[in-house]
Design a protein around this ligand. Structure first.
Ligand SMILES: [Zn+2]
Length: 358
């Protein structure tokens, strides 16, 4: 059953109107668009841990990782060409930072990752989920998208596709990072997830949200609320007002972390990519970049500034984020770049997340 949310439509229209009226200065505070994203939070399900695995087994997380440099075969079990093309487009973002390749093969071929969409024999599964890492080999489907259709926004394709492929690369949920320390309002969270679209029991909420991983099995040393592997958290779900918006793109930590899990030449993400070597005798303008003896340099007014060694993964917070488009409507949590800074759409305006290049 297709879910049609009149409120969302109205909000979309409202956002568009507000944008048109603010074309010159889009990054001002907008009046509240009344969007309450907590009413329809679609989050993925911890698939790997719901099958009776105890946590001692989770300690074998590393054994679920693919081999660096491996080509992972991916196929679609169903779905139209549009949703398939969007999943391909966003899944490939990992390839810029992880030394892995996804090869999309025909549905009759053998594959490591097998993807279903909510239709046909899978029409009753409204969730989105993926098995963890090489566990994918043992299941068909191994990954499922329960809410993609021809009307899905690019932000949502990006958010959910990159997240599920993160699981398929072996990543676990960031809000369950042992050092996350989220001050949950547990009663509010139980009540929320008991309803549509999730219908989770308290045990499932415990499993998907509250349970923290052992330090020995978790992804990150530091907690990263910007991670693509983090659930959105409305402020009403915490006791101290802490909240996390929709993370639609890879965070700087996601990029640098996956490069440590799957090290090697990724053909992308290197700070020297696309930068020409220094040419003796050529003239350079301030801001020009060159490579020289394995280092990246930027021309300043007085000389050259060393930006680091080639081979370093770029951690620019604006990587992969599209520039603000005047007249477009944006959903809460969407990120844009504008005049050299990164912004995130909130329910009331835009939040400045910092300068690009940091
Ligand atoms: Zn997930």
């Amino acid at each position: 059953m297709k879910k049609f949310n009149l409120n969302a439509l109205l909000i979309g229209v409202l956002c568009s109107l507000i944008f048109i009226s603010c074309e010159k200065e889009p990054i001002e505070n907008f009046e509240s668009s009344q969007q309450d994203f907590s009413k329809d939070l679609k989050v993925c399900i911890e698939k790997w841990d719901l099958d009776g695995n105890d946590f001692s087994k989770a300690a074998t997380l590393k054994s679920k990782q693919w081999n660096p440099g491996q080509t992972i075969r991916v196929k679609f079990l169903n779905g139209n060409s549009f949703v398939q093309s969007k999943v391909k487009q966003y899944a490939k973002q990992w390839e810029s930072y992880a030394n892995l390749k996804f090869e999309f093969v025909s549905s009759s071929s053998s594959a490591n990752i097998k993807i279903s969409f909510r239709e046909g024999q899978y029409a009753n599964d409204g969730g989105s989920w993926s098995y963890l890492g090489t566990d994918s080999n043992s299941y068909s489907p191994s990954m499922h998208f329960g809410w993609f259709n021809n009307n899905t926004s690019d932000a949502e394709f990006s958010r959910t596709t990159i997240h599920e492929f993160g699981h398929a690369l072996g990543l676990i949920h960031e809000h369950q990072n042992p050092v996350a320390g989220i001050n949950w309002d547990k009663d509010a969270v139980y009540a929320y997830y008991a309803g549509a679209p999730n219908y989770w029991s308290q045990a499932q909420v415990d499993n998907n949200l509250f349970r923290r991983y052992e330090a020995s099995v978790s992804n990150y040393s530091a907690y990263d609320p910007q991670s693509i592997m983090h659930y959105p958290i409305p402020a009403e779900h915490t006791l101290d007002g802490f909240s996390v918006g929709y993370n639609n793109v890879l965070s700087a930590t996601d990029k640098s972390f996956i490069a440590t899990v799957y090290p090697g030449d990724t053909g992308g993400g290197d700070i020297c990519d696309g930068v020409a070597p220094y040419v003796s005798g050529a003239s350079y303008a301030v801001g020009d970049k060159v490579t020289y003896q394995g280092q990246l340099y930027e021309r300043t007014s007085t000389g050259w500034r060393n930006l680091g060694a080639c081979g370093t993964i770029s951690s620019d917070i604006c990587d992969g984020v599209q520039e603000y488009v005047s007249g477009r409507s944006y959903a809460v949590g969407e990120k844009v770049t504008y005049q050299g800074s990164l912004y995130e759409r909130t329910s009331t305006g835009w939040r400045n997340l910092g300068r690009c290049g940091s």
